[in-house]
Design a protein around this ligand. Structure first.
Ligand code: RFL
Ligand code: PHB
Length: 396
């Protein structure tokens, strides 16, 4: 089998890329190692920037999003027993974000792809990419019990942090920049209505907590926990008690969370990582395959979308004009946005979490920074601009 663009991975970046290419008249094949149900149920991101929403609409995947997404005009920061709201539209000239779960984005894109796109194969595990430095790279994968090959004009690795595409780049050609953090998140999904209209990011001496949501009836909540935590050590009551303690306001003010059945529970490590360049020969990396951010800035999915927009435009430019100029600029174009998001995600993470090794001096610095955001429109605007994201301009 031969295709113009062989896409490894049917997560948000692979699916959106396939969709954008289809609309540009470029054929592709998506190979996804998991089954459809697994990919559609995998709990991850919740926040979409305006630019991501616009791209999904442009891709024809905006109908259900427009009906069901919850528009958020700000977030609440809690620290030192107080609460402070950061209002996005007034600080950014009208920008806002929406809550629409990654599971739903993925379901919408899969339905479209199966309906009118090119091949999307589930249970198709890629083992290797060969010939990155030739003009006919080859993907080796197994599907329906048989070893298969897909020859391509280009291969795009949309296969996440643990994928194989990065392995096509010889040692010494690329560099990975990394940071790990001395804490993880315990995330739960609960059949309980959120008590707040917006997300709450809480700094507390007991550690960070985040209240998010999936719908008016379903809450998504996170607690900072030590690395290596076993979710079994956190029975539901312990989680709810700890969340209430971390969100508590001074003098007992503030609402307690509404409790309900916990339907999912998992522990997620935190990591920052960037691989440069995002291209080697005819193999390009997009989304988590090229970069990871800790989720505190809500940037991962949005960065993945931005990468594939740049890439789809570059492939369309190549098809229409014969010029590889945009493709050659792909890595540099994306890395500018990537490093901005890396910094913001690191900033949110290190300002809001309690490092087990931190001193009272470090805690005072965090509180001073949060106080600055609460009292200076400039500091608040810096947060709001980064959180709501940069527009995806003509060169994204
Ligand atoms: P994905 O989603 O990891 O998809 C990669 C796909 O590739 C498949 N695959 C392979 N297929 C074939 N052969 C192989 N050898 C393969 N190896 C892997 C995998 O099965 C999978 O289907 O990467 P992609 O598409 O780049 O998307 C990235 C996003 O998923 C990720 O950045 C976000 O979820 C990050 N993130 C958030 N991002 C946001 O923008 N806003 C948020 O609010 C937000 N919250 C989060 C998050 C990530 C979280 N976790 C779990 C780390 C919250 C959490 C808890
Ligand atoms: C989520 O809803 O899952 C979510 C929201 C904001 C974040 C991270 C995760 O920063």
């Amino acid at each position: 089998m031969h295709t113009t663009v062989g896409i490894i991975g049917g997560g948000p970046s692979g699916l959106l890329l396939a969709r954008l290419l289809h609309r540009a008249g470029i054929d592709s094949v998506v190979l996804e190692r998991r089954d459809r149900v697994f990919v559609e149920q995998r709990q991850r991101a919740g926040i979409l920037e305006q630019a991501t929403v616009d791209v999904l609409r442009e891709a024809g995947a905006g109908a259900r999003l427009d009906r069901e997404a919850l528009v958020h005009d700000g977030i609440e920061l809690r620290f030192d027993g107080r609460s402070h709201r950061v209002d996005f539209p007034s600080l950014t000239g009208g920008r806002r974000v929406v809550v629409y779960a990654q599971t739903e984005v993925v379901k919408d894109l899969i339905a479209l792809q199966l309906d009118e796109g090119g091949p999307l194969l589930f249970d198709a595990e890629v083992h290797a990419v060969e010939g990155a430095d030739t003009d006919r790279p080859l993907i080796r994968y197994s599907h329906e019990g048989r070893e298969q090959t897909l020859s391509c004009d280009y291969v795009v690795g949309c296969d996440g942090f643990h994928g194989v595409a990065r392995g096509a780049v010889p040692d010494g050609v690329s560099t990975t920049f990394e940071r790990t953090y001395p804490y993880s998140w315990l995330g739960i999904l609960a059949d309980a209505p959120p008590v707040y209209d917006e997300l709450i990011y809480a700094h507390s001496e007991r550690g960070f907590a985040l209240a998010s949501m999936r719908s008016p009836a379903v809450s998504r909540l996170y607690l900072q926990v030590p690395n290596g935590t076993d979710p079994a050590d956190w029975p539901d009551d312990r989680i709810w008690d700890e969340l209430d303690a971390r969100f508590a306001l001074r003098d007992g003010a503030g609402q307690r969370l509404k409790r309900g059945p916990v339907t999912q529970k998992s522990v997620l490590p935190m990591r920052s990582s960037v691989t440069e360049p995002m291209r080697y020969g005819r193999v390009l990396l997009a989304g988590d395959a090229a970069h990871i951010v800790p989720p505190t800035g809500a940037k991962g999915l949005n960065l993945a979308a931005a990468d594939v927009v740049v890439l789809a435009r570059a492939f369309a430019h190549l098809k229409d004009s014969g010029s590889a100029e945009l493709l050659d600029a792909y890595s540099d174009t994306c890395l500018r946005r990537v490093w901005r998001a890396e910094h913001f995600s690191y900033f949110m993470t290190s300002t809001l979490h309690t490092d087990p090794r931190q001193s009272p001096f470090d805690t005072r610095l965090q509180l001073s920074q949060l106080e600055r955001i609460a009292t200076s429109p400039h500091a608040a605007a810096e947060l709001a601009e980064n959180y709501t994201g940069l527009p995806l301009g003509p060169t994204a």
